[in-house]
Design a protein around this ligand. Sequence first.
Ligand code: PBG
Length: 325
Amino acid sequence: MTYLSHRPRRLRSTPALRDLVAESKLSPSDFIMPYFVLEDATEPQGIASLDGVYQHSLSSIIQDIKQCYEAGIKAVIIFGVPVHKNSLGSGAYARDGVVQKAVREVRNSFGDDIVIFADLCLDEYTDHGHCGLVDRNGRVDNDSTLELYQKIALSQAEAGVHFVAPSGMMDGQVQAIRSVLDKSEFKDVGILAYSAKYASGLYGPFRDAVNVRIADGGDRRSYQQDYRNARESLKEVFLDVSEGADIVMVKPAITYLDVISRVREVVDLPLCAYHVSGEYAMIKAASSLGWIDGEAVALEQMYAIKRAGADLIISYFAKDIARRI
Ligand code: PBG
């Protein structure tokens, strides 16, 4: 391309002009607001490493979602914090488990006005903190885990989710969940696949929020992705698409903008990015020290995610930003 003029400033001189020619747009309906629900809680509890985020009770979550709804947000994703954990993580698929109860409340209150996603995983419910079943040698067993994921999917569908969001990075999880939903009366329940999910140091505050500690100082590197790899993400995404994902996701977001942009080029499905707890906490911490303007940096990062090619963003900033834009 040859440019006859060299005056880009012409397009930058006033706020109205800048708005007119902005390539990326951000709207409240781009966001999915994450919620933690604490089993048997009567009051919302603060989370030390996630300033401004709470472990909600069944009534406080409804109040908070109302505020999101008024700000134009159309979707929430719900995570459960159970009181009891065990080796099978059976609280994850209990009919009256914490997520199932919360989903019922939210669906009763908002019907189809709010799209309800539920995180589908075991780590919040297992005493060893892994996302799957652990065998005698301490290894996560992929295939027996899939059977439990199917049970979780059915119980969340029965409670009233619009989408399940499997985050455990087991091979074949999307296909296993799709097939069990299709055989049930919940064929319309969709799947948001955490397709390219990296073994990241940025999930620490989330683990505080759901009271998870991985046994024996372990980590998730045998099932989550290695951050030295980007092409591997395309493979993971293609597999999930072929297994029946309706929306695919890259996680975390800011450290993986290259991945978001590469996935965007090859996938036509809606693409979601998860701006994770550590990304939120870094902004909050630096901002509370007066070292950065947190509100400005949060907005800059959201636009960066959109510019990279994401359609949807899960972010703890969702409500605040929706109120500001
Ligand atoms: C697993 C899950 C995790 C997050 C979302 N789903 C934690 C993990 O993989 O260890 C992290 C999200 C965040 O950091 O905000 N159920």
